[in-house]
Design a protein around this ligand. Structure first.
Ligand SMILES: Cc1ncc(COP(=O)(O)O)c(C=O)c1O
Length: 409
């Protein structure tokens, strides 16, 4: 396995002996379905009847006028069932689980979005479901924990390490080692050991296929640039894949947190704080210290603060095919507020990172240029963070009165 799944020097599968047969089986099934056009059709039909595919490509007329340069389009992954592109990956993996005849799924989650999507898929297909979540993230994302439990999932708090996403991933692998016969691990992004990066990107490529077709129908030409936020890298690879062989500039935007020099960010591909290493079963850029210990990450967007990044993106950075930038927390909140007000759409904080960079670049281009921004998810889940960041006094009063009400009860 270690010889397979390389993208340049990145990727591979660094596995304990006991998991090798399971990964072999997964790779075999994945190869079979990739070669089977009926499988892709089954997937597209499922996504168009259970989720909202094809998602629209919206012309952001007011923002385009506001910046006075390029025409801005928004790819609306927020309109997927469960509110983000995560649905594309989990429903695809659900179909694979059915093919493998397994009955239980497990997953890790940080922001909770992938956990909710996986629990939804499990409910739909009738699988048992266990979600691993760092204790700290469980506190930050209580509404998502509530929904996962209602959907029938067992949510297991992870108390190891720093009690966030990377610790939840370790715990999910531990579970998998003991239950390989019945269980599939639904990894949530284009990271981890081979074949996960390729498999997740394959399901997410539906975004790029649609976006390319839609912009050609609408404008009769390709965009100048495509922007996407980068956590693990799945929404970015999904939309980029539609334009990989075209003369289109691809821009990935990472979480700049409190600034590139603050040490409080999650920038792996355009910061000297990250270096190449092997962890969690694959080789890529990690935010790690000289001894290989993972550093703490920070972002206003819980879905972007991961220490590693897709090995496919690491390779695309090296070849120069994708340009990487970083947006800070405060830039993100500002871009979010403007987008909500100007267009009446509410991007997730994660997605708003891509908006920041497009807004910075649009004014220096002309109306012949088209920029597509991938709105990977919707922002309803961020109400606590955004209301805090904007200092909304009425919201504080509302939460205060709810807290008082529960204290009395
Ligand atoms: C809405 C949204 N966008 C983006 C991401 C980042 O993930 P990825 O880089 O795999 O697209 C997340 C992760 O939770 C998310 O919830």
């Amino acid at each position: 396995m270690i010889d397979r799944g390389y993208h340049g020097i990145y990727g591979g599968a660094f596995l304990p002996e006991i998991l090798v047969a399971t990964f072999d089986e997964l790779e075999t099934v994945f190869r079979q379905v990739k070669a089977d056009p009926a499988f892709w059709q089954e997937y597209v039909t499922l996504m168009s009847t259970y989720s909202c595919r094809p998602t629209p490509l919206t012309f952001a007329e007011n923002l385009s006028r506001h910046f006075g340069g390029a025409h801005l389009y928004i790819k609306r992954e927020d309109l997927n069932h469960t509110g983000a592109h995560k649905a594309n990956n989990v429903m695809g993996q659900g179909l694979l689980v059915k093919r493998m005849g397994k009955t239980r799924v497990i997953a890790e989650t940080g922001a909770g979005q992938h956990g909710v999507a996986t629990a939804t898929m499990a409910a739909r297909f009738g699988f048992q479901c266990t979600i691993y979540m760092g204790e700290v993230d469980m506190e930050r994302q209580r509404p998502n924990v509530f929904w996962m439990e209602r959907l029938g999932a067992e949510v297991v708090p992870v108390r190891e390490g720093t009690r966030i996403l990377k610790d939840a991933i370790n715990e999910a692998f531990r579970d998998w080692v003991s239950h390989m016969d019945t269980t599939h691990y639904v990894l949530g992004t284009a990271c981890g050991p081979h074949p996960f990066p390729e498999m997740v990107s394959y399901f997410q490529s539906i975004i790029g296929q649609e976006a390319r077709r839609q912009i050609l129908e609408r404008e009769g030409k390709l965009p100048t640039r495509v922007y996407a936020c980068v956590g693990g890298g799945s929404n970015a690879l999904g939309i980029f894949s539609g334009f990989m062989d075209d003369p289109v500039e691809l821009v990935g935007v990472e979480a700049g947190g409190r600034g590139l020099h603050s040490g409080q960010h999650a920038v792996r591909l355009c910061s000297p704080d990250a270096s190449v290493g092997v962890a969690q079963g694959y080789k890529t850029y990690f935010l790690q210290d000289a001894d290989g210990q993972m550093k703490e990450t920070h972002s206003v967007a819980a879905g972007l603060d991961y220490v590693g990044v897709s090995p496919i993106l690491a390779h695309l950075k090296e070849t120069g095919r994708v340009r990487f930038e970083a947006a800070t927390d405060s830039e993100v909140v500002e871009a979010l507020a403007l987008t909500i007000r100007a267009e009446g759409v509410i991007p997730a904080l994660e997605s708003a990172h891509a908006f920041v960079q497009a807004f910075m670049e649009a004014p220096s281009l002309t109306s012949d240029d088209i920029l597509i921004i991938n709105q990977s998810g919707r922002g309803d889940k961020d109400i606590f963070t955004v209301a805090d960041a904007l200092g909304d006094e009425n919201w504080k009063r509302f939460i205060g009165s709810k807290a008082a009400q529960y204290a009395v009860e």
